[in-house]
Design a binder for this molecule. Structure first.
Ligand code: HEM
Length: 492
């Protein structure tokens, strides 16, 4: 690594010296978000650390991050070519591959539009306002039944494995028009081993920065490669089925609509026409891959906060009883009328910050940020956790308190405060599933909480210690219980 000279009048970002060869890798292997938050207090919002011999720029502070990702968006929109990312979707991933040029742009647009078509479109077969509402309502109702059944049979249960199957079914319905039974082994194997993915893609994974480590045997790397292979073959089977039964007069789901894009010869002027076919259809890999683990993790943290804060759960249920009542099921359009519930969800995102960093970025050209010189191709970590726990933005950031987002009379969510919570990234690379994700977390939660009260059985321990990875998980908790609040019409 040769240090590039810094142009006159500019400075190199400050940072800790680190050990020879290893750099700061030892400090970052575990809970990198906490270590980098501590270091940022000393070195500032624009800081440089070394992982192995490779320099990494670490950005903290909402203003600095907005400056980089929004105001200087083009300079910071790249993705680094990291070793582990080459195994994601066979190196063709929209979100993880190093491409950030015209091909990425066209693919991102196609993915956004396919996602919108199969979530916001009206539901042809139900009274739901849109397809997303139909899928989520159905899966959430199923969960209510499942949790009650588990209580009858076992008296306690572990919710994550049921949540993940339900959330995966929503994205499966959108992508493949298909739902799986909760006992389906093909789906369960996939959705219950995402830790194998999030472990290796965690920011600061040494094998991404120290090439020598790639040649040493690593159990987590092997599991990661196997996971990606299994996911890819699962998805390829679904795509093959779709090609075999494709009918241009009946576009059933996202996969069909992507197939339509690459078969449509009239699209001569569309940039999509210049994309290789596979690069269109395999967008479904990103949508499916990004579409269930994140949302499940958010819902699972929500349940953990609810059982450890029963008075907060009660307030949400009072709000639901007051606004929706007990006669009808919740809808996506109820969101604006449930400020306390909205505030709870924002506080869950903020306090857990379960995506502590975005996916790493890289600079697309030499640039300057806050007076510091940043060369092209610099790997950049965006510390979302730091923003969400910054004492300059939040009073008592470690306290879980939904009310911090509410107006004094409790009737409105303060929009500006809500926008300070950083979980979906910002700018050119901002998450394309944000609307769907917010809608799903809301509708799953309110459907469950309208009918069920969650608790942990006596003596059952709840461990909220976050386990570091691309997403922060908690240890699974076997001690959940539910109580039916009332008998919903149409439920036996
Ligand atoms: C990227 C968060 C759900 C699709 C991202 C990024 C974050 C994020 C932090 C990286 C932003 C960056 O690098 O600056 C979340 C959270 C979710 C969620 C917290 C749920 C609570 C979803 C869903 C989908 C999705 C449901 C699609 C169905 C994507 C895609 C990218 C992405 C395709 C890559 C975008 C690109 O690199 O251009 N998401 N996401 N996400 N997300 Fe999400």
């Amino acid at each position: 690594w040769l240090r590039q000279p810094v142009p006159e009048g500019l400075r190199r970002p400050p940072g800790p010296r680190g050990y020879p060869v290893l750099g700061n890798v030892l400090e970052l292997r575990k809970d990198a978000h906490l270590a980098l938050t501590r270091l940022s207090r000393r070195y500032g919002d624009v800081m440089e650390v070394r992982i192995g011999t490779r320099p990494v720029l670490v950005l903290s502070g909402l203003d600095t991050i907005r400056q980089a990702l929004v105001k200087q968006g083009d300079d910071f929109m790249g993705r680094p070519d990291l070793y582990s990312f080459r195994f994601v979707a066979d190196g063709q991933s929209l979100g993880f591959s190093p491409d950030s040029g015209e091909v990425w742009k066209a693919r991102r647009k196609l993915a956004q539009s396919a996602l919108k078509s199969f979530s916001a479109a009206p539901s042809p077969t139900s009274s739901c306002s849109c397809l997303l509402e139909e899928h989520v309502s159905k899966e959430a109702e199923y969960l209510v039944t499942k949790f009650l059944q588990l209580m009858e049979e076992e008296k306690r249960f572990e919710p994550y494995r049921y949540l993940v199957a339900s959330v995966a079914n929503v994205i499966c319905a959108m992508c493949f028009g298909k739902r799986y039974e909760h006992e389906d082994q093909e789906l369960l194997k996939l959705v219950n081993s995402t830790e194998e993915f999030t472990d290796v893609t965690a920011a600061g994974n040494p094998a991404d920065f120290i090439p020598l480590l790639r040649y040493l045997p690593s159990r987590s790397m092997k599991l990661f490669i196997d996971f990606n292979r299994y996911l890819l073959s699962f998805l390829q089977r679904r795509v093959k089925e779709h090609y075999e039964t494709y009918d241009e007069n009946n576009i059933r789901d996202i996969t069909d609509s992507l197939i339509e894009q690459c078969l449509d010869e009239k699209l001569g002027t569309n940039t999509a026409a210049q994309l290789p076919k596979e690069k269109i259809v395999n967008l479904v890999n990103d949508l499916f891959g990004a579409g269930f683990d994140t949302i499940t993790t958010g819902l699972s943290w929500s349940l953990m906060y609810l059982v450890t804060n029963p008075s907060i759960q009660k307030k949400i249920q009072e709000e639901l009883d007051r606004t929706i009542g007990r006669e009808r099921r919740p809808r996506l359009s109820d969101r604006g009328m449930l400020p306390y519930t909205e505030a709870f969800i924002l506080e869950m995102f903020r306090h857990s910050s379960f995506l502590p960093f975005t996916i790493p970025h890289s600079t697309t050209k030499d640039t300057v940020l806050n007076g510091y010189f940043i060369p092209k191709d610099r790997c950049v970590f965006i510390n979302q956790w730091q923003v969400n726990h910054d004492e300059k933005l939040w009073k008592d950031p470690e306290t879980f308190n939904p009310e911090r987002f509410l107006s004094a009379d409790g009737t409105k969510v303060n929009k500006e405060d809500g926008e300070k919570v950083l979980v979906f990234g910002l700018g050119r690379r901002r998450c394309i599933g944000e609307n769907i994700a917010r809608g799903q977390v809301f509708l799953f939660l309110v459907t469950l909480l309208q009918q069920l009260e969650f608790s942990v059985c006596e003596g059952g321990r709840v461990d909220m210690t976050p386990l570091y990875g691309l997403s922060l998980k908690h240890k699974r908790c076997e001690h959940f219980q539910v109580r039916q609040r009332f008998l919903m019409k149409g439920r036996s």
